[in-house]
Design a protein around this ligand. Sequence first.
Ligand code: FAD
Length: 448
Amino acid sequence: MNDHKAERLPVHRGPAAWNSILSVQLASPPLETDLTVDVAIVGGGFAGLSAARSLRRNDPKLRIAVLEASGLAEGASGRNSGFMIDLPHDLQSEDYAGKGVAADKAMISLNRAAIGFAREAVEEYGIDPAFFDPAGKINGAASTTGHDLNVSYADHLKDLGETSEMLDAKAMLEVTGSRHYFSGLYTPGTVMLQPAGYVRSLGSGLRRDGVDVFENTPVTRVKRSGAGWDLATPRGRVSAPKVILANNGHLESFGFARRRLMHVFLYASMTAELDKDTLSRLGGQPRWGITPSDPMGTTMRRIDTAQGGNRIVTRTCASYLPGMVPSEAAVARSAKVHRRKFADRFPNIADVPMEFSWAGHLCLSWNGVAVMRELEPGLFSACCDNGLGTVRSTLTGIGAADLVLGRRSEISAHFLAEDQPSRLAPSPFAEIGANLYFRWKEWRARKE
Ligand SMILES: Cc1cc2nc3c(=O)[nH]c(=O)nc-3n(C[C@H](O)[C@H](O)[C@H](O)COP(=O)(O)OP(=O)(O)OC[C@H]3O[C@@H](n4cnc5c(N)ncnc54)[C@H](O)[C@@H]3O)c2cc1C
């Protein structure tokens, strides 16, 4: 196949709150002309921008264009909870433990390489340190069942030679101001991102570095032309010998990995800014991040003024949507759940309004693999984040850049050694089955 038309373009539901709470920044203009570059990158999330930075660092002479369908940080890269996690965090397991000691050690080393890559970008581009806070995170347990999961995860970390610290209910109260938590497992290596701040600043740094970044420029067709590729966008065409598709689940919209990618939407809400009185009733520390001890539980995060205001973010609820379009009703339904989870944890400030509620797109594969390879001559992919794109998509972006440059690296070798995503059961069975499975797992993790 030499001609790939986009069957769909991304549809975002609800505001990308992390972007909305930052001071307004000028978006890069859309592409309005025809352009020839050495490498064109489709998608300006963690994967696409990391690919651009990696190419730039390795070959400063390359002409590079990033084409983003919406604004930078308006997609999932600005809609997540911002945990850039170094340790195994297998969302399909009961307690995040991954695939055994050897595989987990290798994954940790890669995750830390992704964090190191981001740290260098932060230093080199002068990115606000509040957007990249190496504070670590806590796995919160709200029940003895959750605590047992934390104990089992801590044992696994010990086998990996990784440190962790078990916090009791009093320590959890001191951190969060909430009496909800029975215990917590602190691990120091996670970086807490202001995801939109990081992504936007990475985009600005790349522009200063000579990379062309075009926002609001959806690529509607990728077609072979001679030895290279032509990319169609609404108001201009890009010709490039090499192209990286870094558009995550929308890889399938161009006809690749059909019925092999699972399109899952996660939902989150962010409070309005907490006033002085609310802050004194809340107590606790100004910044913290709690992932649930059960992967299907509720993530909570508190941020402060430097990150866009004193606010709390609640993330829970998931739905499997092969059509890739979440509904307003699903966002509204999830927002009600967020209110309830928030009130369970913070009954003394339960009246605080939620200012933003939104959905964001994850791309999973049943066997947990990414799609990072040369799809056709000169056409590469850095897709399928498996829910952990702050690190995973940073890695697939770097790996795809290595393939473009003909470099063999530990990162590209890791992804090239993976199987292709396994084939999924036909819809609507897969859709109904997956959504029932999510509801059951969420019900089981309801306290967490
Ligand atoms: C609520 C929520 C919480 C999350 N929490 C975390 C977390 O704490 N830690 C973590 O690691 N991950 C988290 N994630 C997942 C994380 O957001 C994703 O893994 C990450 O954004 C994937 O990055 P990416 O660059 O691969 O894809 P994306 O961020 O989806 O970027 C792909 C980009 O491609 C663009 N695009 C698509 N089609 C086209 C086209 N035809 N033309 C041009 N552009 C196109 C899209 O607009 C998009 O901006 C969370 C996700 C959600 C929704």
